[in-house]
Design a protein around this ligand. Structure first.
Ligand code: BGC
Length: 684
């Protein structure tokens, strides 16, 4: 066989194998590969043994709609992964997701979703990781490496500035180069340059007047030329339809238009590509280069290798359920715990009431393209019941119980956490608020468990309840984890990856000063040309960058999350206080568990420039480390402060610049929980 098809020779180098395959392809065959066959794969070329290259949703589990309605492991959603602040668990999650993908005979998993949480109202906040570019990149790189270590292609999405669902297909995002470079691009850049991502999904929206699929500045110049991306760009599903057409997408570097088939997207149909080539609008060289990118990944995922040399897949195995559970354990965030009411003791209480619309609702099946069907999904009620069996009575009336747990929040209904639509308001539904209030009247020991995937306001009830646990969408094992946290089998260690504002107007995209007529959200129609545009006038002041710089008190700050133990942080006073050029300044922090139980803390480093030459956020996250400690145990955490940690994007220099001067290292356990402030200087 390998005599006939030399590209099957695994000893040859990747580019040589791709060349050998391309040399054997006719123009028609090449063109056919650039558009899907149906919704979830490319056509095969029997003659050359090229099988269909399979793509599947989605970011927190292999989706039913792209896999014959099969059940697969339902992992916690992106915001929960972001809340772990733990690249190691993100890596394991990526690995498991890839094995599930392989077991479904697919080669590309359409995730992770790494758009920034710009507004809490974005319907897909639950799928994305965080509001902060540094946390985003650390977690994204880990997920990509986890996936691709299994020789499955990650597909980072949606490139870029797809930060709202309202008019997502047509909105033109007006964002400065500086905000792109400092906020919206870093995770994509790192996923490519550090994570080695093999594919990128181009977004629906326009950026600076051009849709993602035809945006040469973003695809060609930034992604490919500046970052050296060698994989392929796929359109979001039907995203090419609104572009200027075949030539502009091909010339921008798009390799694959999805979906295909009679009801698919329209511009990479064979006739259209051939006619663009004939007219000279597209050269064969461009076609070959775009195809080479796609074929390269087909080789990388092992489509032309002996099956036993490619990592094996597996799905729905207890090991993956365990990973789903670990992500939830590390991602749920204890927001409030007055008088250390938690954890509860199974032996010290007699009864507990578990009520509320989210207490027994399964969440996996909905939310848009990221939905997952799974074999079992443990709800909070089921988890608590199992834990309490034969020990604590579960009652339905709060007044009859020692403690009441009200499980409220959002869901994947339109207007809540769902694709295609944004949320309507920041608060949870009025009915949920009334239920909390009523329960508090019946029992002051009322705990709120939130099941939702984006920040919510808590006006009118936050002061009245002593305990609030943010459980997010915790995947198929989430209910067990809620019970484990309530009863202390798991010491919570999740930290908010996004600021919780008190009121929507406090949030940067909704600041009434900026948001005249909806300019910064959801956008306005320009009467001169009829184009709907959203202006990112808050610029680089996204998330806590806005709250901190403008001194607005959040409801719960970025990075916040409580534990059942206490920690003490101390900086090594012997550290150097200045550095220059490309040197590295190492800052050591001693962290000690000063409480009575084992637990994890996330040591967070925020760097604050003193008198910067340009406007800058008060401080920015530039390092973090999650540390697990037994009672009394201590460890040293090391942060490397480099030129890059101090830099901002300069339009004049068209690149990142670190100005000489003083900086303060703020070290703590949230953006507002700063425990140590240490001044350093950079000599330039
Ligand atoms: C979504 C993508 C998804 C694709 C395929 C699109 O509508 O924006 O995230 O991967 O559909 O389902």
């Amino acid at each position: 066989m390998s005599d006939k098809l030399p590209f099957l020779d695994q000893t040859l180098d990747l580019e040589a194998r791709v060349t050998l395959l391309m040399e054997r392809m006719t123009l028609d065959e090449k063109v056919a590969l650039l558009r899907g066959k149906g919704f979830w794969g490319t056509p095969s070329i029997k003659r050359l043994g090229v099988k269909s290259f399979g793509l599947t949703d989605g970011p927190h589990g292999v989706a039913p709609h792209s896999n014959n309605w099969r059940k697969n492991t339902y992992f916690p959603t992106g915001i929960t992964v972001g809340s772990t602040w733990n690249p190691d668990i993100a890596f394991k999650f990526g690995e498991a997701l890839a094995r599930e993908t392989r077991a479904n005979n697919k080669h590309v998993i359409l995730g992770p979703g790494i758009n920034i949480h710009r507004t809490p109202l974005c319907g897909r906040t639950f799928e994305y990781l965080t509001e902060d570019p540094f946390l985003n990149k650390e977690i994204a790189v880990a997920i990509v490496k986890g996936i691709q270590g299994q020789r499955i292609s990650a597909c980072i999405k949606h490139f870029v500035a797809n930060n709202q669902e309202t008019k997502r297909m047509s909105v033109d995002v007006k964002v400065s180069r500086r905000a792109l470079e400092e906020i919206y691009l870093p995770a994509f850049k790192a996923a490519v340059m550090e994570g080695g991502a093999w594919s990128v999904m181009a977004c629906y929206n326009k950026i600076g007047g051009l849709h993602g699929c035809e945006n040469e500045m973003l695809l060609k110049e930034t992604l490919m030329e500046k970052w050296g991306f060698e994989g392929f760009v796929v359109s979001d599903w039907f995203a090419t339809n609104k572009t200027r057409g075949t030539a502009s997408c091909l010339n921008a570097g798009l390799s694959l238009e999805m979906p295909g088939g009679p009801f698919g997207a329209k511009f990479f149909k064979k006739k259209k590509i051939l006619s663009a080539i004939k007219s000279g609008e597209v050269t064969e060289e461009t076609l070959n280069s775009n195809l080479r990118r796609l074929l390269r990944v087909m080789f990388l995922v092992g489509m032309f290798d002996e099956p036993d040399t490619v990592p094996k897949g597996a799905r729905n195995i207890p090991e993956h359920w365990k990973i789903a559970r670990q992500v939830a354990e590390q991602g749920m965030v204890l927001l409030k715990n007055e008088n250390n009411l938690l954890p509860l003791g199974l032996d010290s209480i007699k009864s507990i009431a578990v009520i509320g619309p989210n207490a027994n609702k399964k969440k996996g099946m909905w939310g848009g393209s990221s939905e997952v069907r799974c074999m079992h999904e443990v709800t909070p009620l089921e988890g608590i019941k199992k834990k309490c069996r034969n020990r604590v009575k579960i009652v339905s009336h709060p007044s009859d119980a020692d403690f009441a747990v009200v499980v409220v929040g959002l869901g994947h209904k339109i207007g809540m956490d769902t694709e295609g639509f944004d949320r309507k308001k920041l608060s949870i539904p009025n009915k949920h608020v009334s239920l909390i209030k009523k329960t508090v009247e019946q029992n002051p020991n009322t705990f709120v468990v939130l099941v939702n995937g984006s920040p919510v306001s808590m006006e009118g009830w936050v002061e009245d309840v002593p305990v609030i646990l943010e459980a997010w969408y915790g995947g198929m094992e989430g209910g067990h984890v809620v019970a484990d946290i309530l009863f202390g089998d798991v010491n919570p260690s999740g930290k908010l990856p996004v600021t919780f504002p008190k009121r929507l107007e406090d949030s940067p995209a909704h600041d009434p000063e900026l948001n005249k007529d909806g300019r910064t959200y959801p956008g306005i129609r320009d009467s001169s040309d009829g184009q709907f545009r959203v202006y990112y006038d808050e610029d680089i002041y996204v998330g806590y960058r806005h709250f901190d710089t403008r001194e607005i008190d959040p409801l719960f700050p970025f990075g916040h999350g409580l534990s059942y133990t206490t920690f003490q942080m101390e900086i090594d006073k012997q550290m150097p206080r200045s550095f220059s050029g490309d040197d590295v300044l190492t800052c050591r922090v001693n962290i000690k568990n000063t409480g009575l139980v084992a637990g994890s803390e996330v040591v967070q480093l925020y760097i604050q420039p003193v008198n910067p030459p340009v406007q800058r956020p008060l401080k920015e996250l530039k390092g973090f480390k999650k540390v697990f400690l037994q009672p009394g145990e201590e460890k040293i955490v090391e942060f490397s402060v480099t030129k890059a940690s101090l830099s901002y994007y300069s339009d004049d220099k068209d690149g990142f610049v670190a100005s000489a001067g003083e900086y303060i290292l703020n070290i703590g356990n949230s953006s507002r929980g700063i425990k140590i402030r240490e001044k350093i200087s950079y000599e330039g």
